[in-house]
Design a protein around this ligand. Sequence first.
Ligand SMILES: NC(=O)c1ccc[n+]([C@@H]2O[C@H](COP(=O)([O-])OP(=O)(O)OC[C@H]3O[C@@H](n4cnc5c(N)ncnc54)[C@H](OP(=O)(O)O)[C@@H]3O)[C@@H](O)[C@H]2O)c1
Length: 332
Amino acid sequence: MPALTAQRTVIVTGGNTGLGYHCAKSLAASDQGWHIIIASRDQTKASAAVRNLINETSHRHIEALQLDLASLVSVRAFAATVAQHPAPPLGAIVCNAGISIAGGLTYTTDGFETTFGVNHLGHFLLINLLLRQITTPARIVLVSSGTHDPDTLDGRFNPPLYYNAVHLARPEESGRPPLPGIRRYSTSKLCNIFCAYELNRRLIAEGHSTAEHPITVNAYDPGPVPGTGLVRDYPATARTLWESSVFRRALNMIGLKISDVATSGKAMARLISDPALAGVSGKYFQIAQERASSQESYDIRKAAELWESSAELVKLMPDETIFQAQMAAATN
Ligand SMILES: NC(=O)c1ccc[n+]([C@@H]2O[C@H](COP(=O)([O-])OP(=O)(O)OC[C@H]3O[C@@H](n4cnc5c(N)ncnc54)[C@H](OP(=O)(O)O)[C@@H]3O)[C@@H](O)[C@H]2O)c1
């Protein structure tokens, strides 16, 4: 029987639109026990989304808090707000917000390339800060993409290219040419999986996640979902294609299994709410199916390097993280 009052808080980044909105909607519609925080960079859009979610689901425990993942100050302010906030214990984080930039290099307020800064570094800092507030059993989902895998149709045309974190954060300082926009995106999505697997390893290695008190961490690919705002920064022709039914049919014809926001948003919510997944961690899900991620995504040295470099880039302080070890045991 659903709870009458909210008992656990879930944070959905980018929950104001697209897949994040439908994830929040699915959680709200299925379980009154969730207090849902829509973490969004735009409070006007977020407030409208909260109103729509309440209207659509009659779930009252939904609110918006401001979070701009392109600003480390904003991420730290968000975590401080959550810590002071009168809400039920934090039990889940859905790292869904994401951006894809087709054109030239742009930078976050901290001087990081925007795709990597928002999709990976902002979430990396957010997770570390929120882990200090989380109560077990807890679940964390990092939203990746099939584009991370060059052995699939999704990833074949613009595969990721991972040298190291500094190359992605500050390409002009790295001595290597920057990646084109679409490959910056697929590479950032590979980083989401490195991060999920490395986080899982560290939580277990340092005893923060146990069978009795689990913090599960999984990566999620919603499949190709045309029509969302993901290509908002692309040229007009690409945006029109993204919206068109002809494009969907063409993708279907070449064998890409097209999904939709409701189906993939619900599957995202399932990773947080399905009792059958209570102890499942360190896995990759494509919509409803658990499957293998790319070969490269299991490279523990790259994952550890990404983690350590990210901690340096965001200037993570010892009192901001629950982790003791500086280098992953996995690298030994
Ligand atoms: N659609 C697909 O085909 C597809 C496929 C694979 C994976 N994904 C992944 O699914 C996730 C959701 O994408 P979507 O398709 O639903 O796209 P979307 O409609 O554009 O939603 C992206 C969300 O991220 C938010 N966001 C962007 N930059 C942000 C920032 N600096 N700080 C905070 N929030 C920020 C956006 O906020 P605003 O509304 O303010 O812009 C929006 O709420 C992304 O991680 C994406 O990589 C999507």
